[in-house]
Ligand binder design. Structure first.
Ligand code: ROI
Length: 165
């Protein structure tokens, strides 16, 4: 039985929008996996050092038969194949793929924590999540909209809108 899994995508180097689009495609081609839907692309102010470009963020829902560790390895391979550049901690990168939620599983290993430990603090994750699955329940934390309402001002804007302004 395939498991529903939410993936967060982020990029702020080397044509971020195409980096994200390319990862959507690759995820859909992954073995035992299909892309169910993805959010719009969002522009967001960097969390961390401010002397770096704005990010493009998105999330997608996949269905996969890969277990969490195998999926993590597959995501790392996608990052590697897209020529993952990561300049510094909390710094700029050309592609970042995070497992946000894996069905309703909770998991904590050396390399992987599910749900993603920062999910409740990251508007650039929560807003696209609420777009594709309104009312999504985050294990232990509640509906995604409640988490969004607890965050301060947001600098996360759908990319097409930002380009118009
Ligand atoms: N900031 C934003 N806005 N979006 C990200 O995806 C992102 N990813 C990161 C750090 C550098 C912490 N900041 C980010 O890894």
């Amino acid at each position: 039985m395939p498991h529903p899994v939410y993936i967060g995508l982020g990029s702020n180097l080397q044509d971020p929008a195409s980096q994200i689009e390319q990862s959507f495609q690759t995820l859909d081609q992954l073995s035992q996996t299909r892309l169910v839907k993805h959010s719009r692309l969002y522009s967001s102010k960097p969390l961390g050092p401010q002397d770096q470009p704005d990010f493009v963020n998105a999330v997608c829902l996949i269905e996969t038969e890969l277990d969490p560790q195998t999926l993590l390895a597959a995501l790392q391979e996608i990052e590697h194949n897209q020529g993952r550049i990561k300049k510094r901690r909390w710094g700029e990168r050309n592609i970042d793929l995070d497992i946000l939620l894996y069905a309703d599983q909770k998991l904590q290993t050396q390399t992987l924590t599910i749900p993603h430990p920062e999910i409740a603090q990251r508007d650039f994750v929560l807003l696209p999540l609420a777009e594709i699955t309104p009312g999504l329940l985050i294990p232990e934390l509640g509906p995604v909209e409640d988490l969004i309402s607890q965050l301060e001002t947001t600098f996360v804007i759908p990319l097409a809108l930002e380009r118009q302004s």
